[in-house]
Design a protein around this ligand. Structure first.
Ligand SMILES: C[S@@+](CC[C@H](N)C(=O)[O-])C[C@H]1O[C@@H](n2cnc3c(N)ncnc32)[C@H](O)[C@@H]1O
Length: 265
């Protein structure tokens, strides 16, 4: 499996060996509806003719796209990151991003942020704290591995940054990995209270003309996910995965939920 160079909260990288064999490979088109750090599309790209990559965070999608197009963004990021002890530099960069957001600034911020995690407030301003970290040889290694792999498939990748309801698909394998409303993540600012229900309706709509797989956690810290509960009571197939979900809950002592996948095929 190829990792992507983002260390993304909620990345499915560690679960890929359990997820990937379960996609429907009779379809020609794959849709990664909530692409995030991109670990899923990166590892199925050789199996489909066309791969749609969507995430609501526009500058995140632009990072993927620019990185696949050329090395320019890598050079800009290297010049933009601050050193491990430069908290003031980090705060200036954060301010600069919030005034004038650009993909390379977002990636530089992530590289210098606490646990590499992006985080936005409800006004979509970047508010993650300084992580005393920066671009390092391991980042470089991951970037090289990722671009050497993914650039071969550039012509079949189609990027978008839309709300999921605006992605219309038919006869596709649609992979749905939404923010888990029963866990905490820095991009949950983009996930509204009703989005679980809106996503449920969306899934019901695409059910007729597509294969879908939804990822979720059944229970996390005592909270259940409405979306997952509803899909399971609709009798779709599901599999519980061996879980190694980490790094999102603030309270590590709380019981971790069961990661599962739900499929209409
Ligand atoms: C659990 S993460 C996906 C992780 C991804 N599968 C990976 O392996 O890195 C969920 C993603 O949904 C995105 N998102 C949140 N609200 C959205 C919306 N309304 N439409 C599309 N994407 C959205 C977030 O930005 C986040 O990147």
């Amino acid at each position: 499996m190829i990792n992507t160079p983002f260390n993304y909260t909620g990345s499915k990288y560690k679960l890929l060996e359990q997820i990937i064999p379960n996609f429907d490979y009779t379809k020609n088109t794959f849709v990664d509806l909530f692409a995030g750090g991109g670990s899923v599309y990166t590892n199925i790209v050789d199996k489909y003719d066309t791969v749609y990559i969507n995430d609501i965070i526009e500058n995140l999608i632009r990072i993927h796209k620019e990185l696949i197009d050329s090395d320019d963004i890598i050079e800009k990021v290297k010049k933009t990151v601050v050193s491990k002890d430069d908290k003031n530099g980090f705060l200036k960069l954060r301010e600069s991003y919030n005034q004038n957001p650009k993909p390379y600034k977002l990636w530089a911020l992530m590289l210098c942020s606490t646990n590499n995690m992006m985080r936005f407030n409800r006004k979509f301003k970047y508010n993650q704290t300084f992580g005393k970290r920066t671009y390092n040889p391991s980042t470089e290694k991951k970037i090289i591995e990722f671009v050497n792999h993914i650039r071969k498939y550039k012509s079949k990748l189609i990027f978008s940054s839309k709300h999921f309801t605006n992605i219309i698909s038919s006869n596709s394998m649609v992979y749905i990995d939404p923010p888990y409303s029963n866990t905490e993540a820095g991009y949950n600012a983009y996930w509204n209270k009703n989005d679980d229900l809106i996503l449920y309706d969306y899934i019901k709509k695409i059910d007729k003309n597509n294969s879908f797989m939804v990822s979720g956690v059944s229970e996390h810290g005592g909270k259940t996910s409405r979306l997952i509960d509803m899909l399971i009571s609709d009798n779709y197939n599901f599999k519980i995965l061996k879980s190694n979900y980490q790094g999102v809950s603030r309270n590590k002592s709380k019981k971790q939920g069961n990661e599962l996948i739900i499929m209409n095929y």
